[in-house]
Design a protein around this ligand. Structure first.
Ligand SMILES: [Zn+2]
Length: 87
């Protein structure tokens, strides 16, 4: 992934952020983001914010652990896949 500003190579990091969910401020941890060593900036992609809002809706926690929710998501997917196999 490249930095949106200087186009140099950005690293993938985990960060903390705050976001707005229906007017309520929520905190998120273990959020995948891009860090540009050139600009010294960490940017959370819009796509990630969309998923955070989705997780806030489904799990309803005040602090959203993105990685944990992501794992839960994968488990759900596995259950769905298993159900399909057993049909
Ligand atoms: Zn940059």
């Amino acid at each position: 992934m490249k930095c949106g500003e200087c186009k140099s190579k950005a690293e993938r990091v985990l960060t903390e952020t705050e976001f707005d969910y229906n007017g309520v401020k929520k905190q998120a941890v273990n959020v995948p983001a891009l860090y540009c060593p050139n600009c010294k900036k960490t940017v959370v992609p819009d796509m990630i914010y969309l998923r955070l809002k989705d997780y806030a809706e489904r799990f309803g926690d005040d602090i959203i652990d993105f990685t944990e929710c992501d794992n839960k998501d994968s488990e759900d997917m596995m259950i769905v896949t298993n159900m399909m196999w057993n049909m």
